[in-house]
Design a binder for this molecule. Structure first.
Ligand SMILES: C[S@@+](CC[C@H](N)C(=O)[O-])C[C@H]1O[C@@H](n2cnc3c(N)ncnc32)[C@H](O)[C@@H]1O
Length: 195
């Protein structure tokens, strides 16, 4: 998939504000100030919000255009975020083990193939401190079938993450796209101490 191509315009997920589910995690104290990583950060709204709430934030995305736009947006808002171009499936080449207290994922997991999922879970697990938290928002199988990303079931989320994480909850949630409000799952998981 040519992700850069999407950023020549405004892709459906690029709503120009953070997702409410992540705002609520900050308000409820589930995400606390610390080192945070936004994987597949796109144009950076969620990463910028975390930085404005006191986190030391890195945002990573494959798409150079998204990262360059995110950097410009953060500079315009006088917010400090370390935005980097890179592949989440190869984060072992970019980040040390146990670098982050929290990883957030806004619509990235549901883009991966079945084969990529265990590689992805391992990469996320590796960059988190033991006890570090992973919060993931994805399209759910409650969203009507149709175009757009794969709908994900709770069983698929469990299957991917339970080898490496303690799943705290998989909650019904929603995500906002330019096409409107959609059904989502919000995963809260804690890294097991296995590396
Ligand atoms: C559906 S978009 C979501 C963007 C952003 N999180 C948001 O909520 O606006 C998925 C993002 O993940 C990025 N992406 C896809 N595969 C990736 C990979 N292997 N490594 C890093 N970023 C990736 C894409 O470039 C895209 O920006």
């Amino acid at each position: 998939m040519d992700w850069d191509e999407f950023y020549k315009g405004t892709p459906a997920w690029d709503v120009g504000h953070p997702q409410r589910a992540f705002e609520a995690l900050l308000e409820d104290g589930e995400i606390k100030p610390g080192r945070a990583l936004d994987i597949g950060c796109g144009r950076g709204e969620n990463a910028i919000m975390l930085a404005m709430s006191g986190c030391d934030v890195t945002g990573i995305d494959l798409a150079e255009t998204a990262i360059s736009d995110a950097k410009a947006k953060a500079a315009e808002r006088h917010v400090n975020v370390n935005f980097v171009v890179g592949d989440v499936l190869m984060m072992d080449q970019l980040f040390k083990e146990s670098e982050f207290d929290v990883v957030i994922d806004s619509f990235l997991f549901h883009t991966f193939t079945d084969k990529e999922r265990p590689i992805f879970a391992k990469q996320v697990c590796r960059v988190l401190k033991p006890g570090g938290k992973y919060f993931m928002l994805c399209f759910s199988d409650k969203d009507p079938a149709g175009p757009g990303p794969r709908r994900i079931s709770k069983a698929e989320i469990q299957h991917t993450f339970t080898p490496l994480f303690n799943v705290i909850y998989i909650a019904d949630s929603s995500l906002v796209a330019t096409t409107g409000k959609r059904e989502a799952y919000l995963l809260s998981a804690v890294r097991k101490n296995i590396f």
